[in-house]
Design a protein around this ligand. Sequence first.
Ligand SMILES: [Zn+2]
Length: 89
Amino acid sequence: MVKPSLRSRSYKRISKKTPGGRTVVHYERRKSTRMRCARCGHVLNGIPLKDVSRRGLPKVMKRPERMFGGTLCPRCLRNVLKEVVRSTG
Ligand SMILES: [Zn+2]
């Protein structure tokens, strides 16, 4: 059994073949990814690039301070709001 800190799923499990022919599991940190728009998939601006640099920041610096900030890009938000207004109005 590996040490408890490596049992976390924040580590990626990679199976490697050793020169002796055994297969062993190596644990690697996952790569940090850029946040993307939930609707169109474009990379969101105004958000720190790395997970590590995002961690210690206050909430107001982690995403734009508007509705659906950090979830939708401004173009998609505009389209969603137009659709809602047109369907209810
Ligand atoms: Zn979008």
